[in-house]
Design a protein around this ligand. Structure first.
Ligand code: NIG
Ligand code: FE
Length: 416
């Protein structure tokens, strides 16, 4: 058995036995902090924590590593509940085109964007995709991420979608990170189905989903509900087919326009609705009274120069908010969760505490991991960040672009 004891922790964040599955509204500010604390790990689990004064001392030194946190904070590792971390090639030429004035949507209509990534991925072999994604996951881990959701959606053919999902399955097996897989066959229409949307949807329903279910390749079903992509009716068809195979919806909606996808996703019991750069009062009403997690992706807003999601408004309406990277080569080529907290504070007016709740407990919920991740709770996974010495958790979003994580513990093991 491997054991770690962390003592003299300045503040233990998001710690407790009575935390809700996710925090909403004013509760997001509450970081459930224990000052001057200790935490004990056995194998991959948190087995004890509390105030230093209540610590019983060490009775059994065998295999025990003691870490003196000496003024550092300890928090749950970040959960990144929305990524496209398996992809073939970067798209910096589109980045330059946007700098020169083209919009993301104009580039996509010319065959760039998702279709560009799909062409590249179709040509690349599984091994290379896997190795490249592993490197990305390692970098994400170095910024304190302990769990990642990864989507398909750059295949857009039966073979290439399955190839992507098999890569994700192998990442689940070989990466120390906890990984959830989402089937996003409905990410765009391949050019040959431009005038025959139903033909491609039939392919998703009849050719892709049965194999995905048979091989256990996905946990969630996604769809990009947006003008020039999937209409609400088209999304409904895809989600209903996925649900029949046991996949819970988790969808892309309202990135550029409001189509009514939020209410439709909520009706289909979506676990999360992601993007929401555009939102109206009807969407907010649809979310109220549901357990669907509104997930904002500030990296995408920053990189595409589009509006930032209305995080403040959602929280002020009593709703929860989650924040994820959307790590992908087109709209958000960064997997750094700490940087997102800076964007969320500065551009969405979330407080630092709210941003930290939105990237830990609430994203754990948004990827179906609230029983095991996202907080410091007995029996949960020992996926932890020991910060650099700092006086306040606000220094994480404050120090934008820096890496405030000094030691990363994943499954009870130091990984850096
Ligand atoms: O979440 N919006 C749709 N999909 C991705 C971007 C895809 C791409 O440009 O490659 C997103 O932003
Ligand atoms: Fe996305």
């Amino acid at each position: 058995m491997s054991k770690i004891l962390i003592k003299n922790i300045k503040s233990l964040l998001q710690a407790g036995e009575d935390l809700p599955r996710y925090k909403a509204g004013a509760e997001m500010e509450n970081l459930h902090t224990i000052e001057n604390a200790f935490l004990a790990i056995e194998d991959d689990q948190i087995v004890a924590y509390g105030k230093m004064e209540d610590w019983g001392g060490i009775t059994d030194w065998r295999d025990l590593e003691v870490i003196d946190a000496d003024g550092r904070m300890v928090m749950p590792a970040f959960c990144d509940s929305h990524t496209h971390a398996v992809f073939a090639k970067t798209r910096e030429s589109e980045f330059e085109d946007r700098i020169k004035g083209l919009t993301y949507e104009e580039i996509a209509l010319k065959g760039g964007g998702i279709l560009n990534s799909a062409r590249k991925l179709q040509e690349m072999d599984e091994e290379e995709l896997f190795q490249d994604a592993m490197l990305r996951l390692q970098e994400m881990m170095s910024y304190g991420t302990g769990a990642v959701e990864i989507k398909s959606g750059y295949g857009l053919t039966v073979d290439a979608e399955l190839k992507m999902l098999r890569v994700i399955k192998r990442l689940k097996e070989e990466s120390p990170l906890t990984i959830k897989a989402t089937f996003l066959g409905a990410h765009a229409y391949p050019p040959e189905f431009k005038e025959n949307h139903q033909g491609y949807i039939d392919l998703i329903i009849n050719e892709m989903l049965p194999v995905i279910a048979e091989e256990g390749l996905a946990d969630y079903i996604d769809c990009f509900c947006e003008r020039n992509y999937y209409s609400v009716e088209e999304m409904n068809q895809v989600l209903e087919a996925g649900i029949k195979y046991g996949l819970t919806p988790k969808v892309h909606v309202n990135q550029f326009s409001i189509q009514g996808g939020v209410a439709a996703a909520v009706q289909h019991n979506a676990l999360s609705v992601d993007h929401l750069e555009e939102i109206d009062d009807k969407d907010i009403e649809a979310l109220k009274g549901s357990d669907c997690m509104p997930t904002l992706l500030p990296g995408c807003s920053f990189f595409l120069s589009i509006p930032f999601g209305a995080g403040r408004k959602l929280i002020d309406n009593g709703l929860p908010v989650a924040l994820a990277t959307d790590f992908n080569p087109g709209s958000s080529p960064s997997g750094n969760m700490q940087l997102l907290t800076s964007f969320a504070c500065v551009k969405m007016k979330l407080t630092p505490n709210e941003a930290l709740t939105a990237t830990t407990l609430n994203t754990a919920y948004a990827m179906g991991l609230d029983q095991t991740h996202g907080s410091i709770t007995l029996g949960k996974k020992a996926n932890l960040i020991i910060t650099k010495p700092m006086e306040s958790p606000a220094l994480i979003p404050y120090s934008f672009g820096a890496n405030s994580a000094e030691t990363i513990i994943i499954n009870g093991k130091k990984v850096n």
